[in-house]
Design a protein. Structure first.
Length: 711
């Protein structure tokens, strides 16, 4: 490796930086690994990418550093913005040390004028995901001027031939809507200011050439592993390379570094692939699945009580619901909102995490014991970050609310769903919440917590400064502390559905709730796009009632079950009210889920390309087997449907293809090929991938499940 030119490679991804000179290293390449590149090649590459030959006098930036600055001649958004005494501070970074190996790089640099030390860590980890993290420390003396951090963002360059940008927006019960646009000119940002990423979170910024496709195409993307306010940025300027990046969104004065202080940014994940959106997902899924904390046991079939009983808690009825759940094969029983004191609706009692003895005179112990005796795990709903004004804790500690107390009337700012935010950065509030939850987990033997977060943060102020960063850091600590005390406890991140499903929250949780919508038509796309980052085993997907409470749409049970199979499956339905046929179908689905979940939860996720926008097809492929969920969300355009070509199979092996009808039959029109009506065929993998299967003319909102086994 040539001194000063550093080459990192792992799993087909390469990063080349030029560390010659005293300033921050400049990024020459991020993308495909260069393989057998020699030291001489590295020197030649630096020359091949240079702007001009001395004594040229053009001053604008050309190859950009790991933190491009205005002082570099960079006309886009600076990688960081700092202030001293209220005035912008232009740091001049001089490298003081570099450590590198084949997969990672750490750069230390100092700014003499401010006594600041900047550390930049870059590593290509499992799956080929490039992770970038910054740390900024104030090393001045006791009387040194403090420094405000307005932002400190991670960036990497992408080819200027990229012309298309994929981000996301959405709303409650319709999260993760893809937004594809031309890459805009200039320096642009997408931001979330909700105290959580939000239902309309951009999720990622993914640059490509032409419209993104599932199966092929080069893509360069970034995601911020942070569960609060954030900025996604793209810089398309005319005199330098194009940048993408991300960082925490900070309010003025939120991060003020005095002598001895340090600010460490959230980690940013940069993903490069030549295999389209499925390749992008595969890299992130591979990274997640390699974590030591990734769930290693079979994902249990869940019954959550919310859409079964809402706030109408009756111990006898809920015990009967648990009995029925065990009979049909449920493995985890979760008691949702409404169990704690005074909680008869959503206007009261958040923060008072004590069992309501008026409803549960014997406490929750008998229910938890019965659930465990039936062989199921017991789960309980909490919303630990929230507080109701009508609660004992708010009356006793009004100073524990996370809001701006500086208004004349001293009333809390805007409520949301009739609730407010608990200032968990306050040590006393933190100890209160931790103590109450810890006591219940210990007393009841709770196996699972549904951790909800049902509102945005508005005018958050902690100790006189903006409080979003401190709040999120406290939430991470709170969850980590609970899991340290209870190593077998699993926690699901729910944020009025899918408003917090990022890689940051998944550093401390085990599952996400993708949406409060159990409408399977909406769920087809919500789960598809949530899966761009998260593998199916950690994405909750439940069968709801026949008529969805969030959309009013009525759908067939077979369609709801097929959609639930696409994730960590479960039910959110009053199954006591089901008739005999529905109850039998639930039992068959439970058996099918348990049979197929090793494939769905361990396979590579692929999306066969289909032209008609009414089709949805999702495949989960292992070396020896595959599961494919095929669905329609509207009426088909053509009388003769397309062929379904299945990518990822071994072309040299034969496969038995079966239609798994345990959940019921899909309804179809005038075209139904023989393989579909008979329910079985055998074909080589090459034929299934290149020729495919003729699809039946399904009616709107119908689905079926294919199971492929290598012979």
């Amino acid at each position: 490796m040539t001194a000063g030119i550093i080459r990192l490679e792992n799993e087909g991804v390469g990063l080349i930086v030029d560390a010659r000179g005293g300033g921050l290293p400049r990024v020459l390449h991020w993308g495909a690994a260069m393989g057998g590149m020699t030291d001489a090649d590295a020197e030649a590459l630096a020359g091949a990418l240079s702007r001009q030959t001395p004594p040229g006098t053009l001053d604008a930036a050309w190859q950009l550093s790991l933190s491009p600055q205005e002082g570099d001649g960079w006309s886009g958004r600076p990688g960081m913005q700092l202030r001293r005494a209220g005035v912008t501070h232009h740091a001049r970074w001089r490298v003081s040390g570099i450590e590198a190996d084949d997969r990672s790089l750490t750069v230390q640099a100092r700014d003499a004028a401010s006594a600041l030390r900047l550390s930049i860590s870059v590593g290509i980890e499992t799956g080929g995901v490039v992770w970038v993290e910054h740390a900024l420390a104030h090393e001045g003396g006791a009387d040194a001027e403090p420094v405000d951090v307005d932002w400190l963002e991670a960036t990497l360059p992408v080819p200027s031939t990229t012309d298309t940008l994929l981000t996301f927006d959405g709303r409650w019960t319709r999260e993760k809507r893809p937004v594809v646009t031309p890459i805009p000119a200039g320096a642009t940002v997408r931001q979330s200011r909700r105290g959580r990423p939000g239902h309309d979170s951009p999720v990622a910024a993914i640059a490509g050439i032409g419209a993104p496709r599932w199966q092929d195409g080069e893509l360069w993307g970034v995601h911020l592993a942070w569960s609060s306010d954030l900025t996604m940025r793209v810089d398309r300027v005319t005199d330098a390379v194009t940048l993408i990046g991300a960082g925490e969104l900070l309010r003025p004065g939120e991060i003020r570094l005095g002598p001895g202080d340090e600010y460490r940014t959230p980690r940013a994940a940069f993903v490069y692939t030549t295999a389209g959106l499925d390749g992008f997902a595969h890299r992130v899924h591979t990274w997640l699945r390699a974590r030591t904390r990734h769930p290693s046991t079979a994902r249990p079939l869940v019954l959550n009580t919310w859409e079964a009983v809402y706030f109408d808690h009756d111990p006898h009825r809920l015990a009967a619901l648990a009995e029925r759940a065990a009979e049909v094969g449920i493995e985890r029983f979760v008691l949702d909102d409404g169990w704690f004191q005074g909680r008869r609706d959503d206007s009261t009692s958040l923060g008072d995490w004590a069992v309501d003895r008026a409803v549960w005179p014997d406490g929750l112990g008998p229910l938890a014991e019965r659930v465990h005796a039936l062989g199921m795990q017991f789960g309980l709903w909490f919303e630990p970050e929230m507080i109701s004004l009508d609660s004992d804790v708010a009356r006793a500690h009004p100073d524990w609310l996370l809001h701006d107390p500086g208004h004349v009337d001293h009333d809390p700012a805007l409520s949301w769903r009739g609730q407010y935010v608990m200032d968990l950065a306050n040590p006393d509030a933190f100890a209160h919440v931790l103590g109450q939850i810890d006591a219940l987990v210990s007393e009841l033997g709770i196996d699972f917590i549904k951790w909800d977060h049902n509102r945005d943060l508005v005018e958050s102020v902690h100790a006189g400064s903006p409080g979003g960063h401190a709040q999120m850091a406290a939430v991470y600590r709170l969850i980590a502390e609970l899991q340290e005390r209870h190593p077998s406890l699993e926690i699901e991140s729910c944020s009025s559905g899918g408003a917090r499903t990022d890689l940051g929250i998944l550093a401390v949780t085990d599952r996400v709730w993708a949406s409060d919508s159990n409408d399977p038509v909406e769920r087809q796309d919500i789960q598809r796009w949530t899966g761009l980052l998260l593998p199916p085993e950690i994405v909750g997907a439940h069968v709801g009632p026949t008529t969805s409470h969030s959309s009013g749409r009525t759908t067939a049970l077979s369609y709801r079950m097929a959609t639930s199979l696409m994730g960590s499956a479960g039910f959110e339905w009053d199954i006591l009210a089901c008739d005999d046929d529905e109850t039998a179908a639930i039992g068959r689905f439970a058996d099918l889920y348990k049979e197929l979940r090793p494939i769905v939860h361990g396979g590579r996720v692929r999306h066969p390309e289909l032209r008609d926008p009414a089709w949805r097809a999702t495949a989960y492929v292992r070396d020896d087997a595959a599961v494919v969920v095929v669905a329609t969300v509207a009426s088909l355009e053509d009388a003769r449907a397309e062929r379904l070509r299945l990518p990822g199979l071994d072309p040299a092996r034969r496969y038995r293809v079966r239609v798994r009808r345990e959940i019921g039959d899909a309804e179809y029109g005038w075209i139904a090929p023989e393989w579909f009506t008979s329910g079985e065929t055998e074909l080589p993998g090459a034929v299934l991938a290149e020729v495919g299967l003729q699809l039946p003319t399904l009616w709107p909102v119908q689905a079926f499940v294919l199971h492929l086994e290598a012979l």
